[in-house]
Design a protein around this ligand. Structure first.
Ligand code: HEC
Ligand code: HEC
Ligand code: HEC
Ligand code: HEC
Length: 152
């Protein structure tokens, strides 16, 4: 991962899982949030700033920050490109009370009425292009997307 290659020297980056829930965001957002002026949720540029937009997600706010950068990313490796890696994280909370996984802090998080098993990322964290030419960003504002959200 380029941040690590760039030599970001912080013990908590070296061992992010030793950092309590929500706290890796404090570290990661030093580079991955919008600099300067506050950015609005409706601003299409928000997809460039994972830490800014993830915090708008109710998965984050309704769990006291249990959904953290290191829930999904290992800072020592390039981002996993296999959607199932991420979907397993979703299902650790959104699998329903009866099947509620082990470590899920909120086992009763709601279950998707559209597809409770897979495809979560394509529908709820889609890649968005158009902000920087030839680049896509992943929308970290996890939510029910309406047709008007198509480009942001
Ligand atoms: C619920 C899982 C999840 C969480 C939590 C999460 N990410 Fe991601 N992130 C993803 C997915 C999915 C991708 C796209 C991976 C791919 O296919 O390349 C991604 C990609 C990225 C990328 C590459 C650029 C892009 O937009 O595609 C960056 C940078 C990133 N995440 C930073 C962060 C940071 C910083 C945090 C914490 C604020 C965070 N992520 C939290 C799922 C997550
Ligand atoms: C010192 C600044 C800095 C810090 C701190 C930082 N990053 Fe990054 N990160 C970058 C830069 C620069 C890139 C490359 C540009 C991009 O993809 O946005 C990057 C890329 C990424 C990617 C995409 C990697 C890929 O495969 O393309 C992910 C995921 C990511 N960072 C997650 C994190 C997480 C999680 C943390 C906290 C543990 C973190 N970053 C902390 C600067 C940083
Ligand atoms: C740490 C537990 C946790 C994780 C992991 C998690 N969520 Fe959530 N999520 C919640 C909670 C709690 C809520 C708010 C209450 C509810 O809807 O059940 C929520 C709300 C949502 C909502 C409704 C938001 C809205 O539009 O109002 C969606 C959609 C969602 N999550 C999808 C996902 C997806 C997709 C993933 C994986 C990328 C994921 N969640 C990961 C706990 C989590
Ligand atoms: C084909 C697109 C699609 C896929 C795949 C999908 N969802 Fe959804 N999801 C939706 C839509 C659309 C809604 C809003 C449904 C409504 O309000 O009628 C929704 C609603 C939700 C909600 C809110 C439920 C509530 O009661 O408020 C959660 C949580 C959620 N999805 C999580 C997930 C998870 C986790 C996955 C993967 C296991 C997933 N979704 C897969 C499209 C999808």
């Amino acid at each position: 991962m380029r941040a690590v290659e760039a030599g970001f020297a912080d013990l908590a980056i070296a061992r992010p899982r030793a950092v309590a829930g929500g706290r890796s965001i404090q570290l990661c957002q030093q580079c991955h949030r919008s600099p300067g002026a506050k950015i609005e949720r409706t601003d299409p540029r928000a997809v460039r700033f994972a830490a800014t937009s993830l915090k708008w997600s109710s998965c984050f706010s309704a769990t006291g920050g249990a959904l953290d950068c290191v829930t999904c990313h290992d800072p020592h490796h390039n981002a996993e490109t296999e959607p199932r890696h991420y979907e397993a994280k979703c299902l650790s909370c959104h699998a329903g009370a009866d099947r509620g996984g082990s470590a899920a802090p909120t086992r009763r998080a709601s279950v998707c009425p559209v597809n409770p098993r897979n495809g979560c990322i394509a529908c709820h964290m889609p890649p968005i292009s158009g902000q920087i030419p030839h680049s896509t960003f992943t929308d970290h504002f996890i939510r029910v997307r309406r047709p008007s959200d198509a480009t942001r």
